[in-house]
Design a binder for this molecule. Structure first.
Ligand code: GGG
Length: 358
């Protein structure tokens, strides 16, 4: 059967290892398309935005960058950040600008354990663990509200305000998303992450919304756990996790912890979804630009390739997405892994192995 779908993708490798891992993911997707019997293909447009672009223009992306991106079917992103540009400028000027303007309010970050990869939590041959962190991706602690120099009292007395924003609509849509996701999994459970004992406004609203949505999903098991206790649970009782829903900052920290526990940040995939499909969604590895290893052929491409699999899921190519994940597992199982997970393979050897295992 051939429907000949052409997926138009905007590639933004951005900074550091972003270039290497986006090339890796593109190679895997193109190999898959070539093997699809004409059912689908990818048409790539690459954008040169990032810190190098900022050094030349003073902007992280073109002024009309959002208009340039808005009609693509998806965005495939690498990593943002480089020592020449302050991190808050590079993050807000590119990645967060895209996530927030394209209303990519659900960031899914699966924590997957791979065959052959020893991790702080398990031996290489143990039963794999897997859970999914759902990150509220549009507001919360990343609302960007606040300011500096508020005291008016001069040097040495500066006051800065960083305000979180929690809306009922924002909380409810991401919590509902988490419940819908849990219903697709063997373990139908949603854990909410909170800090309402100390943060008595926004987090209390979060808890109330969670309780209300939970009451409408009696078939789904639930719990509500303080973020500090949840950090301990990731380490001590990960088999009790299935879907974990959390605010922007809490989920960012917990998902990094989860990927480190699975063996390396380099293994973790993510999808910034605009579930309403009014705007393109964006797929990217969880890791950053890793300036210390950039350009050396040492970057772990598995997070980016796993993100490409999430993009395939988004397009409805679930069989192909599973093929990519199986090829990743066959590769790690055969010990073809980069130094961050104890191997000696180079980025292109991992990519070649994954393509060979498709
Ligand atoms: N590919 C993910 C990425 O580039 N992350 C850079 C970063 O610094 N992210 C921080 C954040 O999103 O909170």
């Amino acid at each position: 059967m051939s429907d000949g779908r052409v997926h138009r993708i905007a590639a933004i490798p951005a900074d550091g290892v972003g270039t290497e891992v986006v090339a890796a993911g593109r190679a895997v997707l193109d190999a898959l398309a070539a093997d699809s019997g004409g059912r689908f293909s990818f048409e790539w447009t690459e954008f040169p935005w990032g810190c190098g672009y900022y050094d030349k223009t003073g902007l992280m992306m073109a002024e009309d960058g959002l208009e340039q991106l808005q009609d693509f079917d998806a965005i495939y992103f690498g990593a943002v950040g480089w020592p020449s540009v302050p991190d808050h400028i590079s993050l807000w000027g590119l990645r967060l600008r895209i996530c927030q303007n394209f209303d990519q309010w659900a960031n899914i970050r699966p924590v997957r354990f791979h065959p052959g990869v020893t991790s702080p939590l398990r031996k290489a041959d143990d039963t794999p663990l897997d859970w999914i962190v759902v990150r509220e991706n549009s507001e919360g602690e990343y609302a960007g509200l606040g300011g500096r120099n508020l005291s008016g009292r001069g040097p040495g007395n500066e006051v800065a305000l960083q305000t979180s924003l929690f809306t009922e609509t924002g909380c409810e849509r991401v919590v509902r998303f988490a419940f819908d996701l849990a219903r697709t999994r063997d373990r139908k459970k949603v854990s909410s992450v909170t800090k309402s004992n100390a943060q008595q406004h926004g987090m209390v609203l979060w808890d109330e919304v969670f309780e209300r949505v939970a009451a409408g999903h009696p078939d789904v098991e639930t719990d509500s756990v303080l973020v500090d206790a949840m950090s301990a649970k990731f380490v001590l009782q990960p088999e009790d996790l299935s879907v974990v829903v959390a605010s922007n900052l809490h989920a960012d920290i917990l998902s990094d912890l989860g990927s480190a526990l699975s063996g390396s940040l380099g293994l973790a995939a993510s999808a910034n979804l605009n579930p309403d499909r009014r705007f393109p969604s964006m797929f990217e590895p969880v890791h950053g630009s890793a300036p210390d290893i950039a350009g050396k052929g040492l970057a772990n491409p598995i997070g980016a390739i796993g993100s490409a699999a999430l993009m395939l899921d988004h397009f409805g190519h679930h069989g192909e997405a599973d093929r990519v994940r199986a090829a990743i597992d066959a590769t790690t199982g055969a010990g073809v892994v980069t130094p961050d997970v104890g191997g000696d393979a180079r980025t292109e050897q991992v990519v070649d192995s994954i393509i060979g295992n498709l």
